[in-house]
Design a protein around this ligand. Sequence first.
Ligand SMILES: Cc1ncc(COP(=O)(O)O)c(C=O)c1O
Length: 408
Amino acid sequence: MDDSLLKSIAGKYGTPLYVYDGDLVLERCRQFKNAFKGFPVKVKFCYAVKANTSLAILKLIQNQGFGADVVSAGELDAALNAGFKPSDIIYTSNSKSDEDIKAAVKAKINITIDNAAEIEAVEKAGGRKVAFRVNPDVDAKTHPKVSTALSGSKFGLHFTNDIAFNAVKKAVQAGLQPVGIHCHIGSNIKDATAFTEAAGKMMDFAVRLKKELDIKLDFIDFGGGLGVQYKDEIAFTPEQFAGAYKSAVAEGVKKLGYAPEAWFEPGRFIVAEAGIVLAKVNNVKETPAKKFVNVDCGFNVLVRPAMYDAYHKVGVVGKNGEQETYDIAGYLCESGDILAKDRALPKVVKGDLIKIQNAGAYGFSMASNYNSQPLPAEVLVKGGKAHLIRKRQTIKDLYERQLTHSDL
Ligand SMILES: Cc1ncc(COP(=O)(O)O)c(C=O)c1O
């Protein structure tokens, strides 16, 4: 996005601020869909709502014909509110309360069983058709905190010791109808081999369900995980992502003798590059070891650097060059609240605007009120026009649901 536009948006709406390029979100949706042209079976794309849950963004994605992957009653509500059809929504959390399950059954969305105990809860809630989230034990070679299908992972029904197979059998005995299987091996993956390995294991499992339990699935959901370039990594494209699945799915379908749909759940790829965080420089502080740019945001706004050691490109709005090396320091009382380390930037002064790039995924959706900092506002730019899509929280909002008691 153009620096002069960013400056005028920050001037109007203040900082810290999330600014999204809506046209880029649409472009990424189209690119993802196009990559699957000629795929051996019918496909469905369920955007992972957790990546960015803002309603205006969800609506853009829904308009592109996507479904939604949700992990809570709140995300389900957001997806329904944004217009996603219940049959295009899949619920994939590893830990659902009975109320969560009731809400999913009532909304008539697709639900995944993550452990055998959920079978009874679904049955009690009056559910009938179910999918099963399995753990195929695949190393996605990504950050450990976003690896979700290792043998020690909390997610899914493991193939090991026939846990997944026995859960499907139990569900059938309980009168449920298995209609899908699901996996998600991790996030920000830039290597085809893990996706291909997972695809092969999923297809083999579907073959086993057909042979031993005579189950014909409506869909196999392979999850999301397509990574994006944050620094200077080699790009992994949607075409490579689709290609990683293509032959494993085609071969599996031959063995199966029927063709279940293939579902995918991209999150990060759709929204990451479209988002920028704008923060204002409070001051520049020189210590014996470093020069810190103290900004008016922190990991309460963008947690990825603190949580995953994530790298985000940063720049100074309206300035170019590489005159000084700085750390961009957040305003939270935590040593770990550093948004970017050792960055060569033009000379920074109080009042400058820092832009933190590729912040559209797992940015606002992971923001918090730590240190009693209100949540930032969000602006969506589409066709060159800026729209406020979320008002900034106020300090007063922080107290709204708290109760003080005079007798305490
Ligand atoms: C079940 C599930 N599906 C899809 C995704 C989206 O992954 P990504 O944003 O890497 O595409 C996630 C995120 O971790 C997930 O947990």
